[in-house]
Write a protein that binds this ligand. Structure first.
Ligand SMILES: *[C@@H]1O[C@H](CO)[C@@H](O)[C@H](O)[C@H]1NC(C)=O
Ligand SMILES: *[C@@H]1O[C@H](CO)[C@@H](O)[C@H](O)[C@H]1NC(C)=O
Ligand SMILES: *[C@@H]1O[C@H](CO)[C@@H](O)[C@H](O)[C@H]1NC(C)=O
Ligand SMILES: *[C@@H]1O[C@H](CO)[C@@H](O)[C@H](O)[C@H]1NC(C)=O
Ligand SMILES: *[C@@H]1O[C@H](CO)[C@@H](O)[C@H](O)[C@H]1NC(C)=O
Ligand SMILES: *[C@@H]1O[C@H](CO)[C@@H](O)[C@H](O)[C@H]1NC(C)=O
Length: 934
């Protein structure tokens, strides 16, 4: 959570846009570049000289958008050297002529040193000053370096921003100047030791024009006039802080008058700054901040270490992350207007980030994970989970389940790797919080920061403090350490699955662990060696108590353990309830059936909490998909959702419908599956429609939208007709190319179930798309034109036009996009395959010199089949055109291999699925008349 999460779960809903609402609160999340940013040079400054404090004077020239000033750095020599190395960005001009370096003599006098040479290292942000003689170890030195630089618009370093105030009739343009130094942009403003571990006091003064005010890390001490209508502000000396925690905002923003109530704690002084117009919406921000501070002070059991905190809602602030300077946090305006999570995350950094600081950026991901975890805990504790709608941590967890069970996790999007490392750490923290107990966990974190104020820590310090506390509280046996546990989860981008097979006669069970793989074939090398520290938390039907999350047994990196004293065969057990650890659990069939039957009772649905209901369903289905469990059992586990109205339990159901739907797309079973989906969703949706009311929570609305989207896809008439009537407005408009009045959610149903005429209209809009409009709108139309239809004629028309007729309105990129969309459903790739077969010679000739497109074509047309029939078709093509595939030779070979694997899956599972569906549908009415005919 502290980690932006590219939700894998959602990527699969290619066109099911409403599913995206799941990540609304994630969109605000940002990539913290500091976590594992490869751009942060690993080469650190030499350590012979260390800074003791800085005095910084900065003068802004707001007309010329420049700044100038000097920095005085007091340093101590700890090892012999004859040079000073400082960070200074290439764009920063250093006045080398007037630079002064001196030694503090024993007499208290300054002795200027003669500089031998000054280097700006090419392409590196370094300033190196050489001397003739070595410095004296233990000696105190000083440097005074004058500099000049530019104020830019992008938010690295010192930047300018603008906003308009509509003050009465005259809108007024305003500007502000602010800094964002994290992770290493202080060097853009002044030469310094720009590394987090150097934490020293700063004495700062800033010269600004009159009419503005300056907010800084510390309180203003005095202001004095300077020439030319300028004023100089002097600030109190900061506590020891890292360069990246330094920050200021020069602006004309107003202090928000806050609503009176709720300001429980006196200190620190919390001030909120915003545009005049935002006074009203911002008035409860101070209260929110105080509530979060109270929570955190209580959690850390350490008072807020500063006397004031300024919170700025900076207009048009475009940085990905808030600037969490010590005592001065700068947010985007909207970030302050909803929820507690974002605020809490930044506030955690005041303790764990500024006060106690990660020594180096490689330690920052743990810091970030802790911040994410605590922020979520704070938000949930304050508003009882309203902000997350209970989705924390499921969204993150499910993406990890899907990504890590691939054969090659992160093979496509490497940027995700950094994100998931952090998300995973957060889930491991959650696991520790449950299994060590919230109290032990909290004390461990408190110990981590104890006596480290104004100092730094490394990741291991956290794990060690937790280990000590866990031993002290008897929550972990002496031979085990949190380091080992965490290590087994964090090192690999993999997760285990646990299988629990009960011996009902003996009252025991065997739990085994192995690598969890959903994607086939399961041929990951060395998987035998992958073992985890797994906490087995156990619930039993005869003594249900979901509040007790203590561990029955740890699997200490062993393959198998025995569980004893289990209940009899009339009582189920649940291992890993509430997704305590990030791993799925499989059982023997009898235990699954006990669970399925229990969930069908009202008592069952009341006593088993939401996360656990969702987990049982999610695990069963995914384990079946992975080939670990019979689909009949997994389908049995879905029966209870006809009574389920909690969106958290429903959400994964939509994922299954999509996954399974696609996999069995080509087989006769698909029709029956579709009927099953209709029988599940129609009552859900109609129930939700009949019970709409104004003050329902957001999640109910989301669930309704999701149900509708999937029903629409399945041809639910009321929905298709609504979409068509909206689409007609567009078709009737005199200038249809000027803009699209149809909301995205209506487009796919029209192209899927609507007439050829409607679809042609869409095609015309793509062809005539004016340059002036947003390109993404065209892309969306093209995607839906290709990806939605089920009728071969529409798809053929598109292929004829773009590929055969070479219509000039479509680029190679468009064709790639069309191919990709066609590979998303069997209707698409079937037509594409036949198209390839029929036009082989033409296509071969056309794509002679366009290998990427040719490869793409072969892959999209052949790679997605999942049945024997498909295998026969593709291998026939392969034989027929042997030697003609060129660069795509290995692609079709890979397709054949994959189809074989998937066919095996289909042969094993389709009959089981079909039998189960037949059995169910023989008892059920099918709502057929409410749906479009295919
Ligand atoms: C900085 O350190 C020097 C040398 O230790 C000391 O003389 C000076 O007073 C310090 N300045 C500040 C602002 O702390
Ligand atoms: C700042 O705002 C005040 C009152 O809104 C106004 O009088 C003053 O001119 C503004 N200063 C600048 C530099 O815009
Ligand atoms: C820390 O905990 C102790 C004991 O519970 C309590 O007396 C003290 O007030 C707490 N300090 C803070 C800053 O919360
Ligand atoms: C599915 O549930 C039914 C009814 O409880 C049961 O008879 C059957 O054995 C279950 N099937 C599987 C494969 O678990
Ligand atoms: C491409 O689109 C334009 C309108 O933007 C149209 O006039 C032209 O005929 C189209 N080209 C082809 C080959 O269809
Ligand atoms: C596509 O082109 C082929 C051959 O040129 C033609 O037979 C077929 O009718 C066309 N299909 C559509 C839908 O335009």
């Amino acid at each position: 959570m502290g980690c932006r999460n590219i939700s894998v779960v959602m990527v699969i809903f290619i066109l099911a846009a409403p599913a995206l609402s799941w990540r609304m609160y994630r969109l605000r999340r940002s990539i913290d570049l500091s976590a594992t940013n490869p751009l942060i040079p690993d080469s650190k400054l030499p350590t012979e000289l260390v800074p003791m404090n800085y005095t910084l004077r900065l003068e802004l020239n707001v007309e010329r958008l420049t700044f100038e000033g000097y920095v005085k750095i007091a340093m101590t020599c700890v090892k012999r050297t004859n040079q000073i190395n400082l960070h200074a960005h290439q764009d920063l001009h250093i006045d080398e002529e007037s630079m002064e370096i001196w030694r503090h003599g024993d007499d208290g006098e300054r002795h200027l040193l003669k500089i031998r040479r000054i280097d700006r290292v090419p392409k590196k942000p370094l300033l190196v000053v050489y001397f003739h003689d070595d410095f004296v170890v233990g000696g105190s030195y000083g440097a005074r370096v004058p500099f000049k630089g530019g104020i830019w618009e992008n938010t690295d370093g010192l930047f300018q921003g603008k906003y308009t105030l509509s003050d009465g009739e005259h809108p007024q343009e305003h500007q502000y100047f602010a800094t964002h130094f994290r992770p290493h942009n202080a060097r853009r403003v002044f030469p310094c030791f720009d590394e987090p571990s150097y934490k020293v006091p700063f004495k700062v003064s800033i010269v600004r024009p009159k009419g503005y005010h300056t907010l800084f890390n510390t309180e203003l001490e005095s202001t004095e006039p300077a020439e030319d209508d300028l004023e100089e502000d002097h600030f109190k000396v900061t506590p020891p802080i890292s360069t990246y925690s330094l920050g200021f905002v020069v602006s004309n923003l107003s202090e928000v008058k806050c609503s009176e109530d709720g300001a429980s704690s006196e200190s620190p002084i919390v001030r909120v700054w915003a545009r005049q117009e935002l006074q009203e919406p911002m008035q409860d921000v101070q209260k929110k901040i105080k509530r979060v501070l109270d929570y955190l002070v209580d959690y850390w059991n350490v008072s807020y270490p500063l006397t004031k905190l300024d919170i700025v809602a900076l207009p048009n602030f475009s940085a990905v992350k808030p600037a969490d300077n010590w005592g001065l946090i700068v947010f985007k305006e909207y970030e302050l207007q909803h929820g507690y999570y974002g605020i809490a995350q930044e506030l955690v950094y005041q303790w764990l980030g500024s006060w106690v600081t990660p020594r180096w950026w490689s330690d920052a991901h743990v810091n970030k994970a802790v911040a994410g975890f605590l922020a979520a805990s704070a938000a949930i504790s304050i508003d009882s989970g309203v902000e997350f709608e209970g989705k924390w941590p499921m969204t993150t967890l499910y993406s990890i389940y899907y990504e890590f069970s691939k054969r090659y996790p992160h093979s496509r999007i490497t940027a995700m790797k950094q994100e998931t490392t952090c998300s995973k750490t957060e889930l491991v923290l959650r696991m520790l919080n449950f299994t060590l107990g919230a109290d032990t966990f909290k004390k461990g974190l408190q110990k981590t920061i104890e006596h480290r104020e104004y100092k730094t820590f490394v990741s291991n310090d956290i794990w060690e403090a937790l280990t000590k506390q866990a031993h002290l509280d008897n929550r972990l046996c002496e031979s085990a350490s949190v380091n080992e546990i965490v290590d087994s989860w964090i090192t690999l981008d993999r997760i285990p699955m646990v299988t629990v097979i009960r011996s009902y006669a003996k009252g025991t069970a065997t739990a085994t662990q192995k690598l969890y793989l959903r994607e086939r074939p399961h041929d990951v090398p060395d998987q035998e060696k992958m073992l985890w520290w797994i906490p087995l938390v156990l619930m039993r039907q005869d003594r249900l108590n979901f509040a007790n999350t203590s561990v029955s047994k740890w699997m200490k990196k062993v393959k198998e353990v025995e569980l004893e004293n289990l209940p009899d065969a009339n009582n189920f057990i649940i291992v890993n309830p509430e997704e305590i650890g990030p791993f799925p659990v499989n059982y023997d069939q009898h235990n699954w059936n006990l669970l399925a039957n229990y969930l069908l009772t009202e008592e069952g649905r009341m006593k088993i909490p939401v996360y656990t209901r969702a987990k049982l369903l999610h695990d069963a289905w995914n384990l079946a998909y992975a080939g670990e469990l019979s689909f009949a059992t997994a389908f049995n586990m879905t029966l209870f959702i006809q009574y389920e109205r909690n969106h958290l339990v429903w959400n994964p159901v939509f994922t299954f419908i999509d996954h399974i739907g696609r996999h069995i797309d080509m087989s006769a079973v698909h029709k029956k599956f579709e009927i099953y989906v209709r029988t599940l969703l129609t009552p859900l949706y109609e129930g939700l429609m009949n019970n709409q009311h104004e003050d329902e929570d957001k999640s109910t609305g989301n669930l309704r939208t999701l149900a509708k989207t999937f029903l629409c896809k399945a041809g639910y008439k009321p929905c298709v007709e609504e979409a068509q009537s909206v689409f007609k407005i567009w078709m009737d408009s005199p200038e249809p190319d000027n803009g699209n009045p149809v909301a995205n959610q209506f487009i796919c149903p029209v192209f899927e179930w609507g007439t050829q005429e409607e679809w042609d209209f869409g095609l015309q809009r793509v062809m005539n798309f004016p340059e002036s409009r947003m390109k993404s709108e065209r892309t969306y139309l093209l995607k839906t034109l290709a990806g939605c239809p089920v009728q071969a004629a529409k798809i053929n028309r598109l292929l004829n036009l773009t590929v055969l007729e070479n219509n000039e309105n479509f680029t190679d990129n468009d064709i790639s996009l069309i191919l990709k969309m066609l590979s998303g459903s069997s209707h698409g790739y079937m037509v594409l395959f036949k198209f390839l077969q029929q036009n082989w010679d033409t296509l071969k000739l056309r794509y002679k010199d366009r290998e990427a497109l040719w490869d793409n074509l072969i892959s999209s047309a052949t790679g997605l089949f999942t049945t024997q029939e498909g295998y026969d078709m593709v291998s026939q093509l392969y034989v027929q055109h042997q030697g003609e595939f060129g660069t795509a030779e290995h692609i079709i070979e890979k397709s054949l291999k994959n189809i074989k694997e998937e066919t095996k899956w289909s042969n094993e599972n389709l009959p089981v699925i079909e039998e189960w569906l037949d059995n169910l549908l023989s008892h059920n009415q099918a709502n057929g008349d409410k749906f479009m005919d295919q």
